[in-house]
Ligand binder design. Structure first.
Ligand code: MG
Length: 248
């Protein structure tokens, strides 16, 4: 999993370097696929078709500004100065998966966009730091939600992190908020254990948290058009603390 995570990290770094106004999201997708193939890895999103979704047609998801997640790369979708773009990649290498997402600025971005990205990264870091023995997954979820709330943002409540291993999406779920007794959603809580590997992926929203899925069957946007940011790492629970697997 560490090797798969390293390949994902390299692909992210190659894409990050290519980000500038005028570049298409399809060009970023091609960069990622090339890195994966150069390292004998295969994309997990390509052809992925859970539930009623059509097969996902690309290696990465590329989600710009008010697009929360699952944006489909396109030759006609080009980056503009001031955009923020969330890129998500998962790959499988020698039977194991790595999964990570980052949101990047395109050229100079507004202070509010910068603040949202920083807050999302901070929420991810808070969740990673809470991923220690003696804690439960509710502690991780609460750390994420508390960090987001401290910055004044809402988390996307419909989406969670997930176990990662031989498949991209495994049990258990890793929520970004924790339910109250009255909530409709009741997550399953569990003790963290050595050897658990999961992806934590907070998505923060600058405005209202109502979401809509577009007609392409994938792209999720905020209803009110407000900005969103997404950061994700795959993490292992060890005796000496959390180990981030998706680093170079
Ligand atoms: Mg991901």
């Amino acid at each position: 999993m560490r090797e798969a995570g390293r390949i994902v990290a390299i692909a992210h770094e190659e894409m990050r370097r290519a980000i500038k106004p005028g570049v298409s999201t399809k060009a970023l997708d091609t960069i990622a696929l090339t890195v994966l193939r150069d390292h004998a890895a295969e994309p997990c999103f390509l052809g992925y078709a859970p539930g009623n979704h059509p097969p996902f047609p690309a290696t990465i998801t590329a989600s710009i500004n008010n697009e929360l997640v699952h944006g489909i790369p396109s030759e006609t979708r080009t980056l503009n100065e001031g955009d923020i773009i969330g890129l998500d990649i998962a790959c499988i290498h020698k039977g194991f998966v790595g999964d990570a997402a980052f949101t990047h600025p395109v050229g100079e971005v507004s202070r509010s966009a910068r603040r949202l990205m920083d807050a999302t990264k901070a929420a991810l870091n808070a969740a990673i730091q809470a991923s220690v023995l003696g804690n439960r997954i509710s502690d991780v979820a609460k750390a994420t939600a508390k960090s987001a709330a401290r910055s004044g943002y809402s988390v996307a409540r419909e989406y969670t992190g997930h176990g990662v291993g031989r498949a991209m999406h495994e049990e258990p779920q890793v929520p970004n908020w924790w339910h109250s007794k009255k909530s409709q959603v009741q997550w399953q809580d569990y003790d963290l254990q050595v050897g658990m590997t999961y992806a934590i992926e907070p998505m923060l929203i600058a405005g209202r948290s109502d979401l809509v899925e577009l007609d392409d069957g994938w792209t999720v946007v905020t209803k009110d058009g407000s900005l969103t940011a997404h950061f994700e790492h795959t993490v292992a629970i060890t005796e000496v603390g959390p180990l981030i697997l998706t680093l170079q």
